[in-house]
Design a protein around this ligand. Structure first.
Ligand code: ASP
Ligand code: SER
Ligand code: ZN
Length: 647
């Protein structure tokens, strides 16, 4: 994700000028008589204020996420409170202008102000204060969350994830305990979340919307209702592909775990190698179609490199035996940091290979690449624009040497390069064309990480060329990209329902699992999880208040971007074989698209890159066509699907 707390504080996310179709707030008559300040001057003042305020706000948020304690939470929520109060004034004033007669950039800026906020905030100062305090507390509770047994033996998210990731080494019961253990961290969030919903909904109503979910859906240059239909349409395109993958995976789990391998046709939640069942890459040993055909063991290669770095450091220090216990800890940390830096430079080299600039020196000194040992931090990966001039950009991660983390770095650098590309836009336009664009920049590059590319950077051997190798390569990508699709959709189906009141607090958990069942076909082992749990809160973006539909959109858009960049690079042959690394033409076109930021409707920006104005999953289907046929063949004779999907 990109830095959400900073950006939600700025309340300027990807909202767009409705050139066609009105949004609720546009229909409302101007609130007061003609304002004293003319619109151009107003927008200039807003831009100047955002520019002046950003460094302080982002520093407070950065501290809140990298040193979790009472003081940083206080400073972070106070900074947010001040900004949101100011922003509410801007929104109120923005509503007094009549769009007619304004210059296009001014009209667009005013529109963005009226419609773009992931955290609509109430005007009442006491309620605003309460909201920002809750927001900070929820984020901190997640970041510091640990699974403890009898108050001892506490494990953080990295340690829990390792148990789940080791789908060969951990037992069914160990994985179940780890999965359940992590979900205990969210139980204390429930009351806060309930109140959070009331408070932000009040802010949304004051902005002229029905609820916060409607504000989120308003940022796509179409009505909130049309947006919802659009998301459904895209899901309809890819659903059959997901169902084939789900069916195949379930079958393999049944082979391995017998009756415990599935639950009414659904996949047990603790068995996918991932806490949220959103990325199944860790099931590779089980799901690999053709063993021994071209090794794609990127994780193994990365771990080896890290061990070699450590061995080198230790030998330079005269051997482990020469070191005190604390020196041993320090040398391990040094090895982790060196490895994380190496992985980050690898990702950077993809971008510079496309002709994009080198990262500023400060990126490496200011970023958090590895988990500090002495304090709680939010380990969830993020990318931060600390100012509006492109001088201070950072990522915050707890990098470990494995494939998922490597691709996450490529993802985060996508945000960073987007920030750098649009830094000369006015501050209110410094954003993605829509939020799905922001999430798709780096992932498009991940699609270019083909076996050939991985071999070129020394992570896998020269790839095999055969039909089997194609299917292996496709499966590797599908476990990340196809498995994700229904998850990308269901999170906000839940939150939209929570915000519009159709999901009431006494049904929070029930509704969560109904949606998990319907879209993903996954279920908790051990029967229904009651309302004493708050399982949504165990996923970062819920306590972190980051809208999630953006990731679903990104998983469609990135295939469209990829296809266009492949065309630009002169690629011929099947789409999935394309790797546009080091291609200047692809780089030029991508950068030009990124420079637009949010200065124009996303449809226009999409058209400039791809020639079309619609999001469309046909590139996903084209990419995965060989795998889809292969899966259908494998699944022949099985009854695929599950009951909950029909409702
Ligand atoms: N890139 C991810 C996200 O956008 C971060 C992660 O997967 O850890 O939230
Ligand atoms: N980065 C997002 C997440 O962690 C989507 O992959 O959920
Ligand atoms: Zn992201």
């Amino acid at each position: 994700m990109k830095s959400q707390r900073a950006l939600l504080a700025l309340a300027i996310t990807a909202g767009l000028l409705a050139l066609s179709g009105c949004k609720p707030s546009d229909q409302a008559a101007p609130e007061a008589s003609a304002p004293a300040e003319d619109a151009d001057a107003f927008v200039a003042r807003v831009n100047q204020t955002v520019k002046d305020t950003t460094p302080e706000l982002t520093s407070a948020a950065w501290l809140g996420a990298t040193y979790i304690n009472k003081d940083t939470q206080r400073l972070e929520s106070l900074a947010n409170e001040r900004w949101l109060a100011k922003n509410n004034e801007f929104i109120a004033q923005a509503k007094t202008y009549d769009a007619e007669g304004l210059s296009a950039p001014t009209a667009r800026a005013i529109h963005l102000l009226k419609t773009s906020s992931s955290l609509p905030a109430p005007r009442d100062p006491a309620k605003l204060k309460e909201l920002t305090e809750i927001t900070s507390r929820l984020g901190a509770t997640y970041g510091a969350g640990k699974w403890c047994v009898d108050g001892k033996d506490c494990k953080d998210i990295g340690q829990v994830s390792e148990i789940l990731a080791d789908t060969e080494g951990s037992s069914y019961e160990q994985m179940k305990a780890a999965w359940e253990g992590w979900h205990t961290i969210a139980q204390p969030m429930r009351k806060d979340y309930e109140r959070f919903v009331e408070l932000t909904n009040e802010g949304a109503r004051e902005m002229g919307f029905a609820n916060t979910g409607e504000v989120w859906r308003a940022g796509y240059d179409m009505t909130p209702a049309d947006f919802q239909t659009e998301a459904d349409r895209l899901w309809g395109q890819v659903q059959p592909l997901y169902e084939q993958l789900q069916c195949y995976t379930r079958g393999k789990l049944e082979e391995k775990y017998g009756e415990q391998g599935s639950i009414d046709g659904m996949i047990p939640a603790h068995l996918t190698g991932n806490l949220w069942q959103q990325d199944w890459g860790n099931l590779w040993p089980l799901l690999q179609p053709y063993e021994g055909v071209g090794s794609l063991d990127v994780t193994g290669a990365l771990k080896k490199q890290r061990d070699a770095i450590l061995a080198d450091l230790v030998s330079k220090a005269g051997g482990m035996g020469k070191l005190t216990a604390s020196q041993q800890v320090e040398i391990e940390r040094q090895a982790d940091l060196e490895m994380a830096t190496r992985m980050t430079k690898l990702a950077e080299s993809f971008y510079t290979g496309l002709g994009m600039p080198a990262l500023p020196e400060s990126f490496y000194t200011e970023s958090q690449l590895v988990q500090p040992r002495d304090r709680d931090v939010v380990c969830h990966a993020s990318a931060w624009p600390m100012d509006t001039v492109g001088e201070d950009v950072r990522i915050k991660m707890c990098i470990k040497p494995n494939e998922e983390e490597l691709t996450t770095i490529y993802h985060e650098l996508g945000h960073i390069y987007y920030y750098l590309a649009y830094k000369d836009q006015a501050p209110v336009f410094q954003n993605g064309a829509h939020d799905g664009f922001h999430e798709a920049i780096g992932d498009t590059i991940v699609l270019s990480m083909t076996p050939e590319y991985l071999a070129s950077i020394g992570l896998v051997d020269k790839p095999a060329v055969s039909e089997e190798a194609v299917i292996n390569g496709q499966m590797r990508m599908a476990l990340a990209k196809v498995a994700f699709l229904p998850f990308g959709l269901m999170i906000d189906r839940w939150r939209w329902g929570v915000f519009d009141g159709s999901i009431t607090p006494d049904k929070y958990n029930q509704a969560w699992w109904e949606l998990k069942a319907k879209y993903q076909g996954v279920a908790p082992a051990g029967g229904a999880r009651g309302e004493e749990f708050f399982d949504a809160g165990a996923k970062y973006h819920v306590p972190g208040n980051t809208p999630y539909t953006r990731y679903f959109l990104s998983h469609v858009l990135q295939f469209q971007f990829y296809k266009s960049l492949c065309d630009a690079s002169g690629h011929t042959g099947p789409l999935y074989t394309c790797n546009f690394a080091n291609n200047p033409e692809a780089g030029k076109r991508y950068w030009a698209m990124m420079q637009r930021g949010a200065s124009q409707p996303w449809q226009q920006t999409l058209k400039e890159l791809t020639g079309g104005e619609q999001m469309d999953a046909s590139a996903v289907l084209e990419y995965f066509a060989p795998l889809q046929s292969w899966l259908e063949e494998q699944n022949k004779g099985k009854t695929c699907g599950w009951e909950a999907a029909k409702s």
